[in-house]
Design a protein around this ligand. Sequence first.
Ligand SMILES: Nc1nc2c(ncn2[C@@H]2O[C@H](COP(=O)(O)OP(=O)(O)OP(=O)(O)O)[C@@H](O)[C@H]2O)c(=O)[nH]1
Ligand SMILES: [Mg+2]
Length: 445
Amino acid sequence: MNVKKFTAATSRDALRKVREALGPDAVILSNRPVDGIVEILALANDDVASMASPSAESGMDAPRPSLQHLEPVHAAPVAPAMAPAPQSYANRRAPQPQQSQTEPAFDMAAMTSMMTAAIAQAKDSAASEMSGMMSEIRAMRGQMETQLAELSWGATQQREPQKATMLRDLLAAGFSITLARYLVDKMPAGKDSAEAMRWVKTVLARNLTTMADEDEMLNKGGVFALVGPTGVGKTTTTAKLAARCVMRHGPEKLALITTDAYRIGGHEQLRIYGKILGVMVHSVKDEADLRIALKELRNKHTVLIDTVGVSQRDQMVTQQVAMLSETGADVKRLLCLNATSTNETLNEVVRAYQGSGLAGCIMTKLDEAASIGNVLDVVIRQKLNLYYISTGQRVPEDLHLADRAMLVDRAFRSGRAAGSELTDADLPLLMAGMNRNKQGEVSLG
Ligand SMILES: Nc1nc2c(ncn2[C@@H]2O[C@H](COP(=O)(O)OP(=O)(O)OP(=O)(O)O)[C@@H](O)[C@H]2O)c(=O)[nH]1
Ligand SMILES: [Mg+2]
């Protein structure tokens, strides 16, 4: 193999020299400016061809650097357009030429490209190592937080066992971990279990807002819409409320509206109740209809709107909220909360139906609920005004005013929810888990 060096003032001149000496098929090994002139290292095409069978020329022991490392033409700062004819590039892919010991520039080029490749590889592996380390650190941090929380709860259990008992009772009653923990954290130390229970019940009852005065509500009247997911008892509760209004003011002062115009027989249920009570039932199908109906009925003392049930996960909820808010009348929305639903579902329901603000809520199906801490929790934390509770299907008997102390008492009497199977050993774990996926904040008075 015979690597030759050519120098000239310009690349064009240097290439011309290469062509003259080695022919048009010469292979350019490097092309770079050196001290203001251009230096080209080139190989005759015949030499490259002979390298295809290196043993014939240089023997088996000769070192064979890969030709890929010897491709400085593109890397060189001189324009590649100046390189020779394309067929010669193909030849540069011929396997393993012998390295010339007499040409130091040859080694430099190989070294440079090897170093560039090595640096790029090192950068890649450093980046992936770093991200691996970061996720390990995160995992370790999570574990440490969990263990610290476990330890801290373990210590609390030892130091103040009545706090742990109280926590278990709250969870057993169906209250959320967030609220249970908040209460236990705030509970003054040194109470025995009876005192602790009294304290918790007092705080819960104090933070449960109920309709201040039914007489005032019934006497004042207005437009009320019962809203909520499907089957929670809106129509039944509307009928119960209608009966209460009729008993107070007679049937003429009341009007009933149903927005259930498209389900087969949708409005029939309310119509039957209306017939029994002697109250007209109006059926509306859209916002325009509702506007007209409310305008016509503006002389009524009370108007009750029974809405069609919409899942809290349905986009229709937003439309319904808008429909009721833009009627021109002051429509107070009362959300029916099914006491048998889970805490998470009820929170979702409130969020979906909140809109620009709910006037209040009605707890339904309390008779069917195994524990009622879940629904009390939502009413307390979302600071909803609890108008009534519904305890059965009978119209009008099964609708009652909400008695705060009675409801809180009942929560602890019947409470056999998820927390009921918890043991002392489970509590630290539960608290630690909660630490990691922090739920909504609580603020009670
Ligand atoms: N046990 C019990 N059942 C109730 C209560 N309230 C309503 N129901 C029953 O629940 C079922 C559904 O009640 P509806 O009043 O039709 O419910 P809705 O919210 O109007 O339902 P949709 O209009 O379909 O969304 C009926 O069988 C009611 O009798 C209650 O407080 N306790
Ligand atoms: Mg209904």
